[in-house]
Design a binder for this molecule. Sequence first.
Ligand SMILES: [Mn+2]
Length: 433
Amino acid sequence: MKIAVISDPHLGAKWGTAREHDSFIQFREAVEKSLELGAQLIVLLGDIFDTRVPRQEVWARALRILSTPLARGRNQVNLIEAKDKEPGEISPVALRGTPVISLHGNHERRTRGLTNPVEALEAAGLLIHLHQGALVFETPDGGLAIHGMSNVPEQHARKVLATWNPKPVEGAFNIIALHQSVGKFVYSSEERPTLDLADLPAGFDLYLCGHIHYRNESTANGRPLLFPGGTERTQLLQVEAETPKGFYMVEIGDGLKYDFVELASPRDFFYAEMRFVGVSIPELNKAVRAKVGELLGKPRKNPDKLPLIRVRLVGTLAKEASRGEFDERAVTQEFEDRALVVVSKGDLVAPGLEEKVQLLRELRERRMSVDDTAMVLLEENLREAGYTQIFDVRTLYGLLVEGREEDALRNVFGVVENLVNAGLRRKSDDNQR
Ligand SMILES: [Mn+2]
């Protein structure tokens, strides 16, 4: 019995850029390759889509790819029980060809009562969605139970998993699938998971986890824990440059075997970090271009596509220099025929800016949401400019967040008008005196 395990395709990622086709090409390759290799079941570990409400163009391409497993292969698995699924949720269409079972990821998660895109795919019969549930199959190699918990907010993961409290099905090969950060396996270093390897329920034969975008292997309760990593490169971290993209082919029956299958379609990705102390803008211009040139000379796996290059700049600028003077877009343009270059200068600071960086770091440590962080920064900037007394920062920020720029502008104009009127009044008072 062969099962393909594919994670985090992030369909629609980088839409509107030179990379907009990548997520589809790579997911298609993973699905087609898994069918060629004889997958009788495909398990998707979540984040099929990059957004919770994908655009129509993304839907069309996703549906086209996801209809291939249904049309290919002869179904050799029989669903005998669906735990915690409402009757009628599983379309008979989903059990044709090679069935697909999927979690939803954090990118697809929506408020209770709203349909997420993985549930929409289930409604179309293209897959079976699992969230705190299990599917029990009869296969040519015996019983197979697939248990799954889709993504929940990281701070609730431990509690939700404990409440769900899945138990292995007796006499079956039991697989459990999650889409969370677990222990040291985190999506980003700023994420603190509540779930530890020790929290994973015991008694399962194989543990699978999405969410982590680079391939990893570990163990839980003495059994393998596999992170296939995403088929799409979304983070451009160093580890993503060092780890090939692909998926797992798991074989059960005579024991357990698994192989990582590398994809051929992803672009080459080269990553470099450059550290500076007191660097001037001309020096920076020269050094970054030289580095991109050097990375372009590296051996290539996929010469058919422009490689991705990310250069991350870290350190301090010369006294008179400001970050804004370094034109990273000029570098991208200069190399656009040879590579897709991203230069990140966020960690390159002008002297004197250390304080602000420190503030950002503190906000990050307090684990504030992006909204709250932006709010504090707006307040901080207005305070520096001496404007805290006259602006109601929270109201202003609220309007900006809701996309009510017109109202925000009116709010600012109102404040300015009051100031001008007050000034005029003072002037006329002075004149009358
Ligand atoms: Mn993801």
